[in-house]
Design a protein around this ligand. Structure first.
Ligand code: ZN
Length: 283
C-alpha cells in the first residue's frame, strides 16, 4: 500500500468514527490509554496503530522482536510511518570550525511504511517492562473510575497545574457556555460540576494552542475541534461521558467537504495530542 493511501485511510477511518458517538468514545479512550500506558509514538503513528489494532501497547519490528526472543504471529503486522532521511554533507559556507559530526546533516525526504508487531501479537520470552505496562493498563480499567470523587480529584489537580503554568482561574456564572478564556485567564462555571474537568481541558487547550505568540492563523472551526479533541481524550480516559464533546466535534467537522475534513482532522490531532498528553501526565 502506498504511504499516501494509508494516510488517507487513517483519516477517513477517524472521519467515519466522528459520525458514531460510541466508536468515537472508544477511540478517544484508546488514544488516552496509549498515550499513558503504551510506547511513545508520534501522533501520526498513534493514529495509524489504533486504526489497525485498538489495544496495541508496544510495537517493534520483526528483527527487534527476534533479538528479544519473541516471534510475531502470522498475519499480525501493523503499518506505521517511518521517516526517510538523506544524509548530506554540509558545505563550507562559513569559516567557523565545526566538529566533524556537524559536517553531515540529515534531510527529511518523507515517510515510508514499515511493518511492526504489537507485543500481544508475538510469543516467546516475557518482557517485564511491557508486562508491567499491560498490568497497569488493566488495573486502571478494572478500578472504579469516572466516579464523582475521582473526577473531583483530577479536576483539582488540573486546576493546580493550570495555575502553575501561569494562568489565572476564575469562577462565575457562565450560563450555557460552561467556561471561556482570553488566553491569560480561564473562567469556569461556579457550580462545580462533573463537566468542569472537560471545560478546563477545553479552555486550557485554547490557551496553549490559540493564544500564544506562535499561534497559527486558523478559523474557529479548527480551534473548536482541537480543543474538543484534547478534552475528549482526557475525559474519555477518565471514564467520563464524552457525549457533549462528541457532539461538538461532529457538529464542527460536519460542515466540511472530504478534502477539507481530512486536512482539519490531520491538523487537529497533530496539535491536540501533545496537549492531551501534557494534561494526562500531570493529573
Ligand atoms: Zn472552545
Amino acid at each position: 500500500m502506498k504511504t499516501e493511501e494509508h494516510f488517507n485511510n487513517i483519516l477517513d477511518d477517524i472521519i467515519s468514527k466522528i459520525e458514531d458517538e460510541k466508536l468515537l468514545k472508544d477511540f478517544f479512550k484508546n488514544i488516552g490509554e496509549t498515550i499513558t500506558f503504551g510506547k511513545q509514538y508520534s501522533f501520526l503513528n498513534i493514529l495509524s496503530i489504533l486504526s489497525q489494532k485498538e489495544k496495541a501497547i508496544y510495537t517493534e519490528g520483526f528483527h527487534t522482536w527476534r533479538k528479544k526472543g519473541r516471534f510475531p504471529k502470522k498475519n499480525t503486522g501493523i503499518k506505521i510511518f517511518a521517516p526517510v532521511f538523506k544524509t548530506i554533507k554540509k558545505e563550507d559556507e562559513e569559516e567557523n570550525e565545526q566538529e566533524e559530526q556537524d559536517e553531515k546533516k540529515k534531510l527529511l525526504l518523507g515517510f515510508k511504511l514499515i511493518t511492526v508487531f504489537d507485543y500481544t501479537d508475538t510469543k516467546g520470552e516475557k518482557i517485564q517492562e511491557i508486562e508491567e505496562k499491560i498490568i497497569k493498563r488493566n488495573l486502571y480499567k478494572k478500578n472504579a473510575f469516572g466516579s464523582p470523587s475521582e473526577t473531583f480529584e483530577k479536576t483539582k489537580k488540573l486546576m493546580r497545574y493550570v495555575i502553575r503554568q501561569g494562568y489565572k482561574l476564575r469562577f462565575k456564572d457562565t450560563g450555557d457556555a460552561g467556561g471561556f478564556t482570553n488566553g491569560k485567564e480561564i473562567t469556569i462555571d461556579k457550580s462545580f460540576k462533573k463537566q468542569s474537568l472537560a471545560v478546563l481541558c477545553h479552555e486550557y487547550a485554547h490557551c496553549k494552542l490559540h493564544f500564544n505568540k506562535k499561534a497559527r492563523s486558523i478559523d474557529n472551526i479548527q480551534k473548536e475541534v482541537e480543543a474538543g479533541i484534547v478534552s475528549a481524550i482526557v475525559i474519555a480516559k477518565a471514564g467520563l461521558n464524552i457525549n457533549k464533546e462528541a457532539g461538538y466535534i461532529s457538529f464542527y467537522a460536519q460542515q466540511q467537504d472530504k478534502e477539507k475534513k481530512r486536512k482539519l482532522i490531520f491538523e487537529a490531532f497533530k496539535f491536540a495530542l501533545p496537549v492531551a498528553k501534557e494534561i494526562l501526565t500531570n493529573i
